[in-house]
Design a binder for this molecule. Structure first.
Ligand code: SAH
Length: 246
């Protein structure tokens, strides 16, 4: 591989959910910069690469984005093969787009490699089909977390008729509930809250829109977790398991 930066999705956690391309990039990397949510088990594919944790929980308290940019640039200019490994998919709430644009503007070649995003993985692992004939004709991925003052059009989301998958929502459950109720979504709308999707310690809490904050408190729901809001969230993974073992 020639010197360039690979922005690679490490998937939601389960190392078997990595793509073959991600594995190839890691094998050939000289330097790997990893984010918090990357399961370190995937690093077994980084043979001989220098691994640098650049996430909040990874050693540096909070690595400023500008520093990460400069680090990628410095190693790429040294002719090193740089892999920037991100949880899930690099372009779903992962700043992959920003980093790719910035690097290209510096004249660095960039390749983006998909990963399975947490929202899709979490739902599937719990037996939830995000689209379902006759029930849900689409999926909307949203985050309740913003760094600017921009706000979501909650009314449009509530009335979209699509399954909503919310990232970074654990600390904002009451706000999400209130906004969607005001927007016209029924209080009885099923909700699934999935913590540590695809990892051995995955947990799921089933609830409704009206109850989700109370139930999440009792369940001690922690980040990282995704919320699946919509009729499809009523599908029972437990029943699917029972049917399999029958
Ligand atoms: N690029 C990532 C998302 C990063 S934003 C992706 O595509 O998955 C961080 C948020 O992703 C977390 O707050 C949480 O909402 C979600 N998330 C990431 N990994 C998760 C996991 N294993 N289980 C549940 N949610 C997860």
């Amino acid at each position: 591989m020639s010197a360039k930066v690979w922005l690679v999705g490490a998937g939601p956690g389960d190392p078997e959910l990595l793509t073959l391309k991600a594995v190839r990039a890691m094998r050939e990397a000289d330097v790997v910069l990893i984010d918090d949510l990357v399961n370190v088990a995937v690093l077994e594919h980084c043979v001989g690469a220098r691994v640098i944790a650049v996430g909040k929980r990874g050693g540096c308290r909070s690595t400023p984005q500008a520093f990460i940019h400069r680090l990628m640039l410095r190693y790429a200019r040294q002719g090193k093969c740089v892999v920037r490994l991100k949880g899930g998919d690099p372009c779903i709430f992962g700043r992959g787009g920003e980093e790719a644009d910035w690097l290209r503007a510096q004249g660095i070649e960039v390749e983006l490699v998909n990963g399975i995003t947490a929202g899709l993985a979490g739902a599937t692992q719990c037996g939830i089909s995000l689209t379902l004939r006759g029930v849900s004709r689409g999926v909307t991925l949203v985050t309740a977390h913003t760094q600017d003052d921009s706000s979501l059009n909650w009314q449009a989301l509530a009335q979209s008729g699509t399954t909503l998958v919310v990232y970074m929502g654990v600390a904002k459950l009451s706000e999400i509930r209130d906004n969607l109720l005001t927007g016209g979504l029924l209080a009885t709308t099923p909700v699934a809250m999935i913590e540590n999707a695809s990892l051995p310690h995955q947990r799921e809490c089933r609830s409704t829109l009206a109850q989700m904050q109370t139930d999440a408190l009792a369940f001690e729901l922690k980040s990282p977790a995704i919320l699946v809001i919509g009729e499809v969230a009523a599908s029972q993974a437990g029943l699917i398991e029972q049917a399999r073992s029958a």
